[in-house]
Ligand binder design. Structure first.
Ligand SMILES: [Zn+2]
Length: 67
């Protein structure tokens, strides 16, 4: 897992759309998303996550990829 290979996996911060707090950092496979879109399936983002600040589930968006 500790590979430095560049791949389709993007490290992104998940931002709460309500309070704009970054509650999560996650990776996702961009290629999967493209495939999902083409198949007419739901994409990975935005998605509902628990926000500690709002103390409820809110819609989180994937913001800029992190390094
Ligand atoms: Zn929030």
């Amino acid at each position: 897992m500790a590979s430095k290979k560049k791949g389709p996996r993007q490290l992104v911060g998940l931002q709460c759309s309500e309070c704009k707090a970054f509650g999560y950092v996650t990776t996702y496979n961009r290629n999967n998303d493209i495939a999902k879109r083409q198949a007419g399936e739901k994409e990975s983002f935005p998605l509902k996550k628990y926000c500690k600040k709002c103390r409820t589930h809110t819609v989180h968006k994937a913001m800029k990829k992190l390094k």
